[in-house]
Design a protein around this ligand. Structure first.
Ligand SMILES: Cc1ncc(COP(=O)(O)O)c(C=O)c1O
Length: 396
């Protein structure tokens, strides 16, 4: 079915409508079955229709959906406690989306700066980053396509290349307005870019030396995706601020901005808020998501299956000249080709597989964390066949 004329033309959806999902599979309106290696862009980490999530949503909806942050919300407090226990952070603000979680982080950084007497605080951000579509988060985003036409952009961001410590050091030397660094531990939309081991640690050191906040956007990398609960846990560091969304609710909209130490008391009553943020339904769901990830050992599965898939792709694609690079951290997998390959999304769909292409040339795979070896093999086989087919056509 074509996109309805009554929908704004913000998306160009593929010509398929899904009606039902179970585990790692989706069924379309014609009853065709597909293997999902996208998970709604790193959202449905537990797969589709997980019974534990369904029963929490159903049970909570018969009790209480929404009150307001005018009152205490027990589910919110419980979820905040659990997130802090898992991450080592101190306090949480709940939002409805990733962009809003990052808005909270940006506001914390600015207020932190003002409290230190910096009148025009700025935040260091990265090339090829993605932080959302609100005015502040698109201004922080390192992609001109996301920004073009929406000028004037929000000021107060200083951009440097990703994974370039010297660039950050040089700003530190010359610019007294900086109050924070905002960075993805692995860039998702930017092409599954994994920085050098030690990058986050070096950023942590620079932030400590200058009293800046280290703010990690873990909206795509968080909740077990990379084989740790949070990607920063691959490094021996703690952030001052971390943002989450996507897989936190497994499809129920929820975002979170977590803060530690000096960053955790910056926002005070009246500084920030949200009508829906942290409501009983979203928090009950997210608590169930966390317990299910934990009970089913899905962080460990992400690590094991991520390695399995990385090895599988490296074996199968060795020597293929169309492939420039294969990289993965847990189940965040990128296969970079030498040329634009957006057409592969439609071809994979014809082969009953959902994949994504980002940054033009990077096949991005984000399967649910529940996948097993048989499903992983299907993904590897189908993707490699599509790439082989493309290389053969290019050679012909
Ligand atoms: C790293 C990162 N930050 C922020 C966002 C924005 O999240 P949302 O679409 O929930 O606003 C995304 C979404 O893709 C993301 O990948």
């Amino acid at each position: 079915m074509a996109n309805s004329d009554h929908l704004m033309k913000t998306y160009s959806p593929l010509d398929v409508t899904f009606e039902r999902g179970e585990g790692a599979y989706l069924w379309d309106s014609n009853g065709e079955k597909y293997l999902d290696a996208v998970s709604g862009i790193a959202v449905c980490n537990l797969g589709h229709s997980h019974p534990a999530v369904a029963s929490t949503i159903s049970e909570q909806s018969t009790r209480l959906l929404h009150t307001s942050n005018l009152y205490n919300i027990a589910n919110q407090q419980k979820l905040a406690d659990r997130l802090c226990e898992l991450s080592g952070m101190d306090r949480v603000f709940f939002s409805n989306s990733g962009a809003e979680a990052n808005e909270a982080a940006i506001k914390i950084a600015r207020l932190y700066g003002h409290k230190r007497g910096i009148k025009k605080p700025s935040i260091i951000v990265m090339d090829n980053s993605f932080h959302g579509r609100t005015m502040a988060t698109l201004s922080a985003t390192g992609n001109r396509k996301v920004q073009a036409g929406f000028e004037p952009l929000v000021q107060g961001f200083i951009r440097v290349p990703y994974d370039d410590i010297d660039a950050v050091k040089s700003i530190a030397k010359n610019d007294r307005s900086v109050v924070a660094v905002l960075v993805e531990p692995v860039q998702g939309e930017g092409g599954v870019n994994i920085p050098d081991t030690g990058y986050l640690k070096q950023l942590r050191t620079i932030c400590d030396e200058h009293d800046w906040l280290l703010m990690l956007d873990e909206i795509q990398t968080g909740m077990g995706r990379t084989g740790q609960w949070f990607a920063f846990q691959h490094s021996d560091i703690m952030p001052d601020v971390m943002t989450l969304a996507k897989a936190l609710g497994n499809g129920v909209p929820i975002g979170a901005c977590l803060a530690a130490g000096k960053a955790s008391d910056v926002l005070q009553p009246g500084n920030h808020g949200s009508t829906f943020g942290g409501n009983p339904l979203m928090c009950a769901t997210a608590s169930t998501v966390i317990e299910t990830i934990s009970n089913e050992k899905l962080v460990e599965n992400a690590q094991a299956m991520g390695q399995y898939m990385l090895d599988g792709f490296r074996n199968r694609l060795a020597g293929n000249t169309t492939v420039r690079d294969i990289r993965a951290l847990g189940l965040m997998i990128g296969i970079e080709l030498n040329e634009d390959c957006g057409d592969l999304v439609g071809k994979a769909l014809q082969n009953q597989l959902l994949i994504n292409v980002t940054a033009g040339k990077v096949i991005r795979l984000l399967p649910p964390l529940i996948i097993d070896e048989v499903q992983a093999d299907t993904i590897i086989d189908t993707v490699c066949e599509l790439i082989d087919d493309r290389s053969q056509k290019a050679a012909a």
